[in-house]
Design a binder for this molecule. Structure first.
Ligand code: ZN
Ligand code: MN
Length: 465
């Protein structure tokens, strides 16, 4: 199986691509459109500069070259969601070209091109009728076209997740597949030689899980046809999620059918090298570099670092907390343990809206690091902070805050040994686990203020003395 992906990503600019309508999702139908985005006679487009800037950002983040001179073209077809009967896109010269996304296995998935274009309106099928909402018409898109380099459903998934993460880090799109701000056309072919087979294209997929299903189904279907001596025909397919199978939408459509020509209402698009460099300089640290830094500099485990980086808001909270000069490993451990347990869904983790600030989280950690709180008390306090939004100092009693001095701690351990001769003789007789009963004694007597790990060490030291 070989697969290439065409990914449409909606850009989160304030306004649409060719008019001043706001670029927002979820408004009441047809309340957010104007003569330009609904294609009324005489209305003239003008290109939103920010769209170009965002697209260049995306191109640079995906290792692309940027065209200093590109053009807008008309893609002609008639459909009810496209009132002008053409989409303004880029065909002959795209804004960005020749990039790649690197997968974990080191394979580079080539990016053929990234071009800018307008989205169409949305058709809503309801009670046997078709309704049209033009709010989406003119929403800015980039289309990211990959080379046919993807060899498995796993690679497709990784490629898309990485693409989405990079777009989120550079802030050009939220890439919410369920809201349609990232959609994929999936090209699949099979072959038993080096030469690529005839491909089919599955249109408009908006879930990674369904993309994997559709790829598998389509590869099997094509292999079956070839085994029986037939030929795969080049078709545009849809995917029926309920039946878990593809179905034919159109047969044999080629670029020629769209009668592309230069858009006469818009000027050529010139971008100066120095402006491209300015955009390059404005790029934030990208997920791959971040991962390397978290591992080498903060000494996090790779899987922990990956989990933090997976959510840009979490990574930002993590880094802000580190400004409080606390241990990165402890911060990571508490975020991935206590905070993630508090945020049950994927959406909540993505949003990462907490009642605590990095500063208040940092103050709690400082108390822990100064030895005043043990790990279980720290976790318990953090849970309370997350639920109430109160600061650690408000939730802890004076006794808690006073902490356990080294002298108190040592004398408690000695007392544990003196008052429990039976346990001590068990330990000396070779029952190593008996020491845990003494740890329990220390924890009880200190009202949980002692650190269980340190108590165990100290007790063994006293017992072996
Ligand atoms: Zn408009
Ligand atoms: Mn497109």
């Amino acid at each position: 199986m070989t697969c290439g992906l065409e990914t449409h990503v909606e850009l989160s600019t304030k306004s649409k691509i060719f008019c001043g309508c706001s670029n927002s999702f979820g408004k009441s139908p047809n309340s957010n459109c104007c003569p330009v985005c609904t294609g009324l006679p005489g209305a003239m487009p003008s290109l939103n500069k920010r769209v170009v800037e965002y697209a260049v950002k995306a191109g640079l983040a995906l290792n692309c070259k940027i065209s200093n001179l590109s053009y807008m073209d008309r893609k002609n077809y008639s459909y009810p969601d496209l009132p002008k009967a053409y989409q303004i896109s880029q065909f002959y010269v795209p804004l960005c070209y020749d990039g790649f996304v690197e997968l974990k296995n080191g394979r580079k998935i080539g990016i053929t091109r990234i071009h800018i274009e307008e989205d169409a309106g949305k058709l809503i099928h309801k009670d046997g009728e078709i309704l049209i909402d033009y709010n989406r018409a003119g929403v800015p898109l980039i289309e990211i076209v990959s080379e046919p380099h993807i060899k498995s459903t796993e690679e497709a998934k990784e490629y898309l997740e990485k693409l989405r993460l990079i777009m989120r880090y550079i802030g050009v799109s939220d890439c919410k597949m369920q809201e349609g701000s990232m959609r994929c056309d999936v090209n699949v072919s099979v072959s038993d030689s080096e030469e690529l087979g005839t491909r089919t294209e599955i249109k408009n997929m908006n879930s990674i899980a369904f993309i994997k299903e559709a790829m598998e189904f389509e590869a099997k279907r094509q292999i079956e046809i070839l085994r029986q001596g037939g030929e795969v025909c080049q078709q545009t397919l849809g995917y029926d999620e309920k039946k878990a199978q593809t179905y034919v939408m159109r047969t044999k459509e080629d670029a020629d059918d769209y009668r592309f020509f230069r858009e006469p209402d818009l000027l050529p698009l010139h971008i100066r090298g120095e402006d491209i460099e300015k955009i390059r300089e404005s790029l934030p640290e990208l997920p791959d570099e971040k991962l390397k830094r978290y591992i080498s500099h903060f000494e996090l485990e790779e899987k922990d670092a990956e989990l933090i980086i997976k959510y840009p808001n979490v990574a930002s909270f993590f880094e802000q907390t580190l400004k409080e000069k606390v241990s990165p490993k402890t911060v990571a451990k508490l975020i991935l343990g206590v905070v993630f347990a508090h945020l049950k869904s994927e959406t909540l983790k993505e949003e990462f809206k907490l009642k605590i600030t990095p500063h208040s989280f940092g103050s709690l950690l400082k108390l822990a690091e100064s030895g005043k709180l043990n790990m279980s008390k720290t976790k318990e306090t953090l849970e309370k902070m997350l639920a109430s939004g109160k600061k650690a100092e408000e939730l802890l009693s004076e006794e808690d805050l006073k902490g356990l001095s080294q002298d108190e701690f040592t004398s408690l351990c000695r007392r544990a040994v003196e008052l429990n001769p039976k346990i001590v003789s068990d330990f000396k007789a070779g029952k190593d686990k008996a020491v845990m009963a003494l740890v329990g004694f220390v924890m009880r007597e200190s009202k949980g203020r002692a650190d269980a790990g340190k108590a165990k060490e100290k007790l063994i030291e006293i017992l072996r003395d």
